[in-house]
Design a protein around this ligand. Structure first.
Ligand SMILES: *Cc1c(COP(=O)(O)O)cnc(C)c1O
Length: 502
């Protein structure tokens, strides 16, 4: 059969032209990645580029080269900054060139990993096997890729409630039960846990926020007391969530201690490991994850410390039966067969809410195989070492103060001043706009902190120095302005001094 392509086919008539353009696009991206450290961390997208985004849906074709030019002009220079070595704002990964290439291959395959009998499913299973081994889970444990830890935490709540109420809760709903279910996490636990309880129908008020100690770790006596109080009130504690890395300060809960309590109290023990679970890949950091191998479920992100391009969240579940019982459904169009395309005994759509799923596993597969997990572990240990250096610099500078202990790769600090909250918030914004380093702002123990989360494999000592110098320079300039203001108002009454009010 020598039929040409269908007249409506989107494939090109002439592959050689597309091939040449495709190679130019790939080369542009290599040039872009190579030059990332030389550019600013971030620049505000210009108004004109935004205004060009208000358009009608394109009906007629535009040559690929023209569309690509528009991308180069309007999009590429104005990213969120997380590729840059000076990006320390939030816990975001830096991605990698290998990850980019894998994304391209996955795009070409256009695989749908909901289920059926094809090799991409086997690759996701292979990665699941690696994850089980990395965390010391049994072969019966199940798991799958999801968008991120927010989604994985949500699924974990649903699985934990299946464990508590049986799978009948899927049909009967929560109204059928007469007991209110309560879950527990620390005051420093991530906000997406509230959202998970809300989306699951339990209500965020039934997520108890347990106080933290001076190291931002969950106070386990307070946890025991909260569980006991809820039981006395006739409520039904069902789940406790420990943090392997809190979002504000990178604190690691006493996971083994929580495992003991969960066991004694018959609660599901879930770990939010978005930030730090992958520290198990570093021989130096792994001991800090002690107890993680005992959890019932674990949510984490390959797209943060794992440096895999967005998005690549993962959920690992010890009790594969409970996991399947929470989501699997039988419908005619999803019927399985012993042979043919509809065969295969592992359909990821049985383990989560998504039916159509992309091939996230491929970029993780490429990243882990190409660099090796030891190299990723070394990146993590290096970012922790940089965080320790930063902490030491802060403690040595009388004008600066640490606002939380540095357990991992996140440093919270401030410039000392009478109006420190306002000043430090202003320093953060000015540093972001200046474009050399980009920290973020958070609140620790009721105080505004400059937060440096060092996650990116590209971050160097030079970037740490630039952060310290930048904060000191902005803080000192402010102190000088305040002095000038004080002496000016002492001598002559003037209206205001520029900058002091900001
Ligand atoms: C980032 C983060 C989350 C949310 O993960 P996403 O991948 O952004 O959905 C949850 N918990 C912690 C501790 C985080 O740092």
């Amino acid at each position: 059969m020598t039929d040409g392509p269908a007249s409506t086919s989107l494939d090109p008539q002439d592959w050689s032209e597309l091939r040449a353009q495709g190679h130019r696009m790939l080369d542009d991206m290599f040039d872009f990645l190579a030059a990332v450290p030389d550019g600013p961390v971030w620049r505000r997208p210009p108004d004109e580029a935004r205004e060009r985004r208000y358009t009608a849906p394109p009906v007629q074709p535009t040559p690929l080269a023209r569309v690509h030019e528009e991308f180069l002009d309007d999009v590429l220079p104005y990213g969120g900054g997380n590729l840059h070595p000076g990006f320390m704002g939030w816990v975001q990964g830096g991605g990698s060139s290998v990850g980019m290439l894998a994304e391209m291959l996955a795009g070409a395959l256009n695989a749908n990993l909901g289920g059926r009998d094809h090799m991409p499913i086997a690759v996701e299973q292979e990665v699941l096997g690696w994850v089980r081994q990395m965390f010391g889970f049994p072969d019966t444990a199940t798991g799958l890729f999801l968008t991120g830890t927010s989604q994985a935490n949500f699924l974990a709540v649903l699985i934990a409630r299946t464990r508590a109420l049986g799978k009948g809760v899927r049909q009967d709903g929560l109204q059928a039960g007469d007991q209110r279910l309560t879950a527990y996490t620390s005051a420093a636990g991530h906000g997406c846990l509230d959202a998970a309880m809300e989306m699951a129908g339990h209500g965020s008020r039934n997520l108890r926020r347990i106080p933290v100690d001076a190291d931002q770790r969950m106070d386990l006596d307070a946890l025991r007391a909260a569980i006991a109080a809820d039981r006395r009130a006739g409520l039904r504690p069902f789940m406790v969530v420990g943090a392997a890395g809190t979002v504000d300060a990178g604190a690691i809960d006493d996971l083994a201690g929580i495992a003991d309590i969960a066991q004694a109290e018959d609660l599901a023990f879930h770990v939010d490991g978005a930030i730090a679970a992958l520290a198990v890949l570093s021989p130096e950091l792994a001991p800090r994850m002690a107890g993680i191998e005992r959890c019932d479920s674990l949510a984490f992100d390959f797209h943060k410390w794992g440096q895999v391009p967005y998005d690549a969240g993962f959920l690992l579940v010890r009790d594969g039966e409970a996991h399947r019982a929470t989501f699997a459904a039988r419908t005619a169009y999803l019927q399985r067969s012993d042979r043919g395309l509809a065969a295969g005994d592992w359909w990821p759509c049985d383990y989560g809410p998504d039916l159509s799923r992309g091939f996230r596993a491929l970029k993780v597969w490429f990243t882990l195989k190409t660099y090796g997990s030891a190299a990723l572990g070394a990146v993590m240990a290096h970012t922790c070492a940089l965080a320790q250096e930063l902490s030491a610099r802060i403690e040595a500078e009388p004008e600066l103060e640490l606002l939380a202990p540095t357990a991992l790769n996140i440093v919270c600090f401030g410039y000392r001043a009478a109006d420190a909250d306002r000043l430090n918030a202003q320093i953060v914004v000015e540093l972001q706009e200046a474009g050399e380093v980009a920290p973020s702002m958070t609140r620790i123990n009721g105080r505004t902190a400059i937060r440096a989360a060092i996650v990116n494999h590209r971050t160097r000592r030079h970037d740490i120095d630039a952060l310290v110098e930048g904060v000191l320079a902005l803080g000192r300039r402010r102190a000088q302005l305040a002095d000038a203001h004080a002496s000016a108002s002492a001598s002559v009454k003037i209206g205001s001094v520029e900058g002091v009010q900001a």
